[in-house]
Design a protein around this ligand. Sequence first.
Ligand code: ASP
Length: 444
Amino acid sequence: MGLTAKVLWAMILGILLGAVINLSGLNVQGSRIDTYVIEGLFDIVGKMFIAALKMLVVPLVFFSLVSEVIGIGDVGKLGKVGVRSLGLYLLTTALAVASAIGVAMVFAPDANMGMIAKSAFSPSHAPSLAEVLIHIIPDNIIQAFASGNMLQIIFFSILLGISLLMVGRKAIPIAEGIKVLNEAMMQMVGMIMRVAPFAVFALLAKAVSQLGFDLLANLAGYVAVLVLALHLFGTLMLVLKCFAKLSPKIFLKKIRDVQLFAFSTSSSNATIPVTLQTVTKHMGADNSVASFTIPFGATINMDGTAIMQGVATVFIANVYGVELGISGYLTVIVMSVLASIGTAGVPGVGLVMLSMVFVQVGLPLEGIGLILGVDRLLDMLRTVVNVTGDAVVTCLVARTEGVLNEQVFVDSQAGLDNQMLIQTCAQKELSEAITHTKESPTCE
Ligand code: ASP
């Protein structure tokens, strides 16, 4: 069984077990199942896996971006990729939120406020656009790496790549070293992926066993419209078909791994290693584009989050009987796009940024408390759309730059061929070279 199938089965089994625990009432806080299984075993396995993915993100982005900047050797080309991907990310996010508002207005979800269990919501500080811009430049690079601040890491990596280019020949050993470290990081991604099915099982069993099914029923209108809006954004596939001339069918098949990881972790950032590997090894997008567009997209491109914000705004406006009007909706679009730039790709942050939208259009912030209870599930779904958007734009930019290998894209086995064999040979070669037992490599 391939990895995707294993992860898919783990996901289904996890959801089933979670539902059984939930519906049979075994999830009561303080019970044995809750203490030892849900908050014990499942929690430990899930958190260890997410920590392992997050451990890879910073070095992976750093090494792959620096080595690609050196590889491209042309700062102008990098600028073109940057401007193009930024434009596409902003455009797709604006389209996402506009279409979500449209869907929500047609189906006008409403709810009886008395029926919804209100949860206390204390809005945390959402950064302003000025803050976002200023913070692109790290004042302390160690801090940027330690906190995993993606925009700052991207900024520093590009600058370091350019500086190494300017140093010239003397920088060759460092450049080679960074390239090798980048390859090593990719191997590490492969290693961690092997335990993914167990982790996905634990993550989903825990999430579903703690889900408030009764709350879900009371908010059925909101949940249904949001799920519909998220699905309709599959129209993004049209962009792929019309502008990149790539088959959505193949794309959807190859993006499945990435979507499963995004669903299980609810984090675009934690999914970066998988997204990067999929778009380069399985879809044929060159690393010179992907090493920049994937971490950049995971940070600033949040199509699913923007859709949630559009639907949530219409829903809360309906519940409180507030008339937003055209200017109100336009404000929602602009604010959601800005909010998505400032949203880090971590769980639950979209809801925090929603407060920024609500403040601008004058909706009560307590409204966010109404949808808080179902956000865990919806976060999983919107993260799937977020990472899909990143991969679509990456393929599109790679295609327009002429660095998408179509043969790899259409090959269903691409990136999977003889992976184990190649690895064993590589290991043998290295240990032979180090112990000097053989002069020349034995594995061609
Ligand atoms: N969890 C989302 C992501 O990582 C962000 C959010 O909408 O909360 O992409």
